[in-house]
Design a protein. Structure first.
Length: 131
């Protein structure tokens, strides 16, 4: 992530979480941690990746969803998936854009987003979406 060297992220990998809370009551709970995200995406720690973490959490205007980046690193190359959490059914969904890495995003309305995708080096020219 920004401002971290890779050794910092490797050491804190198991402690990286998305947390939500009430700042007036000082009550917080974890929505998801890196280990759970790895299980949902890969059935466990992804093979060959050095570490993973979350970045850029954003709420939908109606507060029913959050979107975030689930970042992975392999040999100092970053890969990312777009994560979505639905508060109505308490479920996560992760979207992979094949040869593209999502990097920034924002909600247009409650159900649509705009995002920046960066093409990975030496990849195909297709933009396929996988869930």
């Amino acid at each position: 992530g920004y401002g971290y060297n890779h050794s910092d992220l490797k050491e804190s990998n198991n402690n990286n979480s998305i947390v939500i809370g009430d700042i007036n009551k000082n009550l917080f709970h974890e929505l998801i941690n890196v280990n759970t995200a790895n299980k949902l995406n890969f059935g466990g720690k992804p093979s060959g990746f050095d570490f993973s973490y979350f970045n850029h959490v954003n709420f939908s205007p109606d507060g029913k969803y959050i979107i975030f980046l689930f970042m992975l690193s392999k040999n100092n190359i970053r890969y990312s998936r777009l994560g979505i959490y639905n508060f109505n059914n308490n479920k996560f969904d992760f979207i992979s854009f094949e040869d593209w890495n999502p990097s920034h995003f924002n909600f247009i309305n409650n159900n649509e987003i705009v995002l920046t995708l960066n093409k990975r080096k030496k990849s195909k020219l297709s933009l396929g979406v996988k869930r």
